[in-house]
Design a protein around this ligand. Structure first.
Ligand code: ADP
Ligand code: S3P
Ligand code: MG
Length: 175
């Protein structure tokens, strides 16, 4: 039974790489944010607007316990998932957890390119975004570093190289 769980900061490429990895391995792919949206019939920004971050974190915790029971899956979490409750310890007990790591500048670049709406970053200028990432990343790193595996994707920073990220990830996890 395979269960690979991908964590890391917003913009690291968890959703993108997780999906590509699942496809290559013929495993089912779950993105925790998408799962929450389909179970709650609401978007992540709507949930934040209606229940605040605190409400979102409770839902995220409960939904994590649903998806992390599924077998033969790749699960991509949200950037904050490992940093609340005992989520990271739970994930480590459930599967092979990989921290997708990237430099703040790379995260910033990805976040500006993507279309996904992220309530925590809304309305920030370029400078504010980089400052925010630096601060929040240093608070979150101790949680991310509890992952069993780490893969730095800073040097794999273009679409062709997503394939390389996937094969390095496979090598790392031994799958
Ligand atoms: N290795 C990469 N090279 C270039 N762009 C990437 C790479 N990984 C992700 N992206 C882009 O960065 C944005 C954020 O990726 P996403 O997978 O949503 O990150 P996360 O789920 O970690 O927040 C997306 O627009 C995605 O296409
Ligand atoms: O880092 C965070 O706290 C969040 C990351 C998002 O997921 P991605 O990391 O996939 O963007 C999403 O769960 C929500 O907007 C909160
Ligand atoms: Mg994502």
């Amino acid at each position: 039974m395979k269960r690979i769980i991908i964590i890391g900061y917003m913009g690291a490429g968890k959703t993108t790489v997780g999906k590509a990895l699942a496809k290559e391995l013929g495993l089912q792919f779950y993105d925790l944010d998408w799962y929450i949206e389909s179970r709650r019939h609401k978007t992540v920004p709507q949930i934040f607007a209606e229940t605040g971050e605190e409400g979102f974190r409770k839902i995220e915790h409960d939904m994590l316990h649903e998806v992390a029971e599924f077998e033969d899956v790749v699960i991509s979490c949200g950037g904050g998932t490992p940093c609340f409750f005992d989520n990271i310890d739970y994930m480590n007990g459930q599967g092979q957890v990989v921290y997708l790591k990237a430099e703040p500048e790379v995260l910033c670049k990805h976040l500006k390119m993507g279309k996904t709406e992220r309530p925590l970053l809304k309305g920030k200028s370029s400078d504010e975004l980089l400052t925010f990432i630096n601060e929040q990343l240093s608070r979150r790193t101790p949680f991310y570093e509890k992952a069993r595996y780490q893969l730095d994707v800073s040097l794999m920073d273009n679409y062709e190289k997503i394939k390389i990220s996937v094969s390095k990830l496979r090598e790392l996890v031994g799958i």
